[in-house]
Ligand binder design. Structure first.
Ligand code: SAH
Length: 325
């Protein structure tokens, strides 16, 4: 067993079974605090690590929205769970060329990743949570952040827990599962309230579904492969698909305006990924094949194009960002 596995076993022996939510929370806190999980030698890869086009189109979307909002001075760029800081560096390049050089705030708990972010975006400020973000208009980005926040699971209305069985960990019940995520609802609600009070927009991109529906979406990934959920606690990435209907509801309840949910392929397509890929390929002829392969990975239906979705929430006094219906 891993060190965290032993600690969880001792906790369950002392206090009884723990909820799936508590298990996921403990595993991910340990996992992210102790490593950089991104890239070929890590556990998974994300859109900004596949291609600079992703962060650039995010930056272009934010720059356009900010311009149509009347170019408010003193607007800050905020990213939740910025990984290696790659998306932020690409987006900020585009924002600066559009005439905005924002202060940068990262909401990140991992000391290892904070170091990588500092190298990618010198001068950034870190916040432990969204409650401490500055009271000014914000351009907020969250790519593959909400999936890492813990979910609760219910079987027949009873909360599912992790117990000890045969010396290892096991779920205490099986059956048709319904998931909720109070942790996500809380973050989204806090962001939305901030946008309503101060102005700004949040772009949220993640894998998940447009409508709430029953189903077990909890998954563990290690070394780019799915792994059993209760194996190696703290040594693999635990995530759950994002319920975008729940995200929209939490934002609306806080008074924010909410766009439709669109697939990543639709969104990047409308933001002009084909033209950006062509321009990049013309400027770097020897990399043309690699650029086209990256575009396909981001947009093809059998890659990230359909499973990944985007939604935006914004202050009612700000315009709808581009790329949504
Ligand atoms: N957005 C990045 C990284 C995604 S991985 C990309 O697209 O490449 C998830 C990120 O969320 C990591 O940076 C991780 O450290 C951070 N994270 C996970 N749980 C968190 C929490 N509860 N609070 C703050 N950051 C968290």
């Amino acid at each position: 067993m891993t060190p965290l596995g032993r600690a969880l076993r001792d906790r369950i022996i002392a206090d009884g079974p723990i909820t799936v939510e508590a298990y996921m929370d403990a595993c991910n806190a340990f996992y992210y605090a102790t490593r950089d999980p991104l890239g070929p030698s890590g556990d998974f890869i994300t859109a900004p690590e596949i291609s600079q086009m992703f962060g650039e189109l995010v930056g272009a979307c934010l720059a356009d929205c900010w311009a149509r909002a009347g170019r408010p001075a003193d607007t800050a760029y905020v990213e939740l769970g910025p990984g290696r800081g790659t998306l932020a560096a690409d987006a900020l390049r585009v924002l600066r060329s559009a005439g905005l050089d924002p202060t940068v705030h990262f909401v990140e708990t991992s000391p290892v990743l904070r170091e990588a972010q500092e190298a990618a975006v010198p001068g950034a400020t870190w916040n432990d949570d969204v409650a401490s973000l500055p009271e000014k208009p914000l351009l907020i980005v969250a790519n593959e952040f909400l999936d890492a926040l813990p979910v609760r699971q219910f079987v027949g209305g009873i909360e599912r827990k992790v117990k000890i069985a045969g010396g290892g960990l096991a779920f205490d019940r099986d059956g048709e599962i319904v998931e909720t995520s109070p942790a996500r609802d809380e973050v989204v609600g806090a962001l939305a309230a901030h946008l309503v009070a101060n102005g700004g927009v949040a772009l949220i991109v993640d894998y998940g579904h447009e409508k709430s529906s029953p189903g077990d979406t909890l998954q563990a990934v290690r070394g780019h492969k799915f792994a059993p959920l209760l194996d190696k606690p703290g040594e693999q990435d635990l995530t759950a698909h994002v319920d975008f209907e729940a995200v929209a509801k939490a934002a609306r309840e806080a008074g924010a305006a909410v766009t439709s949910v669109v697939t990543q392929a639709e969104w990047l397509g409308r933001l002009g990924i084909a033209a950006r890929a062509d321009a990049l390929a013309r400027a770097h002829l020897h990399r043309a094949g690699e650029i086209e392969a990256a575009r396909r990975r981001l947009c093809d239906s059998d890659a990230m194009g359909q499973l990944f979705k985007a939604i935006a929430i914004h202050s009612p006094s700000w315009p709808h960002p581009a790329g949504f219906e």
